[in-house]
Ligand binder design. Structure first.
Ligand code: GLN
Length: 500
């Protein structure tokens, strides 16, 4: 089926004239009609726009003017990226009627390269969560629930980019883009058996992507193969004058660098990532992957990162501070949900403060409010020194520790999540247990490092388990090479869920 193609295979078929972009796009739209009422990957399917963009791509091809290798390829976009003229919600009621007046830099790059926008995917509200359960939208209409894991519809797809991961896994797009503040690309990629790369902080522009925690947020590709991640990353990356933290470093031709099968590298296994709480089946699958790398010629060495044990606490102090600051802009006046648009005799004479607080109380979900309050608390006058400033210092120590390790090894290998996909509701009653499930992904973001999740195998219950490759700053090429080499000798990434 056409919807099963990868970026690589679809672009070859488009180039040879075997298929058209309209045919490819129609195949995906039909697949969405057939199964997305069960999976619920999308908040908005952009049928009209997609067919228009596909037709334009086919026209370009006829006149020999194709823009790039992703010209005509349907891509799903997390509903956190602004898309001009197309509703963008961040999965929050506070932006339920928000139509952005401009386009994010990443998506602008994709459309400039000829890619086709197939739809906007579901996520945890403002990207806060690990299961897509904090979304305000029940996109899996057949179940009246949020996005479901295509491998087991009773389980969560991971989060926060759960819709993008489910869409890629269930062939509801050819590839997708997500964002990762503490694991939101890697963890859903792991739980849905796809490839997801969080690039180095600054590799990809954050302009036009709704900010969660600006010093941690990074956008990246979510794809069916490592090869596709390499292709998509190139188009996403690069300096942007609208984001002063985006790097001026040259963007490598990641995919042409992939051929290297030479695994003459030193891979560190950090023992802190294999501690108590790691599911034994996950442990076994990751150790098998490590053995595979050893067979392929990599030198495997045990390493230790003793400060990692503070990373989760540091993250859950720094991130809410930035969240509380970033979310201050949703004030019920400038855009989005406003109590003023819902005037009743009861509330038509509020003060300005009341407009703010009623609009925010009615618009934000519980998790967003929890983090705004946590962030305000730990950065308030009496507590900033004890919490926020101390966490900033520990962040630097953690970063230094990673930098030191990367003087000795080329890459680190670790699990992505302590367990496979859990069931709906299992962790929602206890936010702390949800936060703990991020323990293996969050240390990477405060350090700014690149890291990728790729399929490593399946548990006895046939639930996917992902492998995490962590690199030094700007080490995307090494990560991609090493991940691609794994996919040359394994077939986990080729398995497909059977959606019942
Ligand atoms: N699960 C983490 C959190 O809830 C990470 C979210 C993200 O990366 N956007 O904060």
């Amino acid at each position: 089926m056409l919807y099963e193609l990868t970026i690589k295979s679809a672009s070859e078929k488009l180039a040879s004239g075997e298929i058209s972009s309209v045919e490819l796009t129609e195949s995906i739209l039909e697949r969405i009609k057939a199964v997305d009422s069960k999976v619920g990957a999308y908040i908005t399917v952009c049928e009209k726009e997609a067919l228009g963009m596909a037709r334009a791509s086919d026209e370009r091809r006829k006149s020999g003017k194709i823009l790039s290798e992703i010209d005509g390829i349907p891509i799903a976009v997390k509903d956190l990226y602004l898309t001009k003229g197309i509703r963008t919600t961040a999965a929050s009621k506070i932006l339920d009627d928000f139509i952005p007046p401009y386009e994010s830099t990443v998506t602008a790059h994709l459309w400039a390269a000829g890619a086709v926008l197939i739809g906007k995917t579901n996520l945890d509200q403002f990207a806060m969560g690990s299961s897509t359960e904090t979304s305000a939208y029940n996109t899996a209409t057949e179940y009246d629930s949020t996005t479901r894991n295509p491998w087991d519809l009773e389980r969560i797809p991971g989060g926060s980019s759960g819709g993008s991961a489910a869409a890629v896994a269930a062939d509801l797009c050819i590839a997708a883009v997500g964002t990762d503040t503490g694991g939101s690309i890697r963890q859903p990629a792991s739980l849905c058996s796809i490839t997801g790369l969080k690039p180095t902080y600054g590799r990809v522009s954050r302009y036009g992507i709704m900010a969660m925690a600006s010093s941690l947020d990074q956008a990246g590709p979510m794809t069916k193969t490592v090869e596709d991640a390499a292709i998509l990353l190139k188009y996403m990356s690069g300096h942007d004058k609208h984001d002063s933290t985006s790097s001026k470093r040259e963007v490598p031709e990641y995919s042409s660098g992939l051929g290297t099968r030479d695994l003459q590298l030193k891979v560190g296994v950090p023992k802190e990532f294999f501690g108590a709480g790691l599911d034994p089946e996950v442990d076994k699958i990751i150790r098998e992957a490590i053995d595979k790398y050893r067979e392929m010629g990599a030198e495997i060495v045990d390493v230790s990162l003793p400060l990692i044990k503070y990373a989760l606490a540091v993250y859950y102090i720094l991130m809410p501070v930035e969240v509380s600051s970033n979310l201050a802009r949703y004030d019920g006046i400038r855009y989005g949900y406003s109590v003023l648009k819902h005037q009743t005799p009861r509330n038509n004479n509020q003060t300005l403060d009341e407009v703010y607080s009623i609009s925010r109380a009615e618009g934000f979900g519980a998790e967003a409010k929890r983090r705004i309050m946590l962030g305000s608390y730990v950065s308030s006058a009496g507590y900033a020194d004890a919490y926020y400033k101390k966490a900033l210092k520990v962040r630097t120590l953690i970063k230094n520790e990673f930098d030191r390790i990367f003087e000795k090894v080329d890459l680190l290998i670790a699990p992505v999540a302590p367990s496979p996909a859990f069931k709906f509701g299992e962790k929602t009653a206890d936010p702390l247990s949800m936060y703990l499930s991020d323990v293996l992904t969050v240390p990477i973001n405060p350090a700014g490092l690149p890291a990728m999740s790729l399929p490593a195998g399946f548990t006895k219950e046939n639930l996917p388990v992902g492998l995490q490759l962590i690199g030094p700053m700007w080490g995307e090429q090494t990560i991609l090479n090493t991940g691609h080499a794994f996919q040359q000798v394994t077939n986990h990434h080729l398995q497909k869920p059977k959606i019942k």
